[in-house]
Design a protein around this ligand. Structure first.
Ligand SMILES: [Zn+2]
Length: 121
């Protein structure tokens, strides 16, 4: 990683901030696609910031060898009609994280007003 950092520093001194940022992003492997898509254009003009983001991401990738699984999950999330349960809001009690079909309160026969659902959330 130290070698990587030095290479980046050497590259960045030869190119303009924008050129360097584009070069850096386009040189990353395919598995970085989702990271690249998440980079805001503002950080392209600040290569120091971009480098730190890339290094941070690289460290996370090392720490989590299952990053491919996360990418798979992200793709599944993007595909039509599928909603992750973590962002679902229950229509029975208004609490996030489960569907009405999994709702303990609804199963117990409790009902909530719209106002109470908002408070539960
Ligand atoms: Zn519920």
């Amino acid at each position: 990683m130290t070698r990587y950092r030095k290479e980046l520093a050497a590259l960045s001194s030869q190119l303009s901030e924008d050129e360097f940022s584009i070069t850096l992003l386009t040189s990353l492997p395919d598995s970085w696609d989702s990271f690249i898509q998440g980079v805001d254009t503002a950080s392209l003009s600040d290569s120091t910031k971009l480098i730190s983001r890339v290094l941070e991401q690289a460290r996370r990738k090392v720490a989590k060898p299952s990053s491919d699984d996360i990418a798979l999950a992200a793709n599944r999330f993007k595909s039509k009609g599928s909603k992750p349960s973590s962002t679902a809001t229950c229509h029975g009690c208004g609490r996030p994280g489960h569907f009405i079909s999994d709702c303990h309160d609804t199963a117990a026969g409790k009902t909530y007003t719209e106002q109470q659902k908002k408070e539960n959330y």
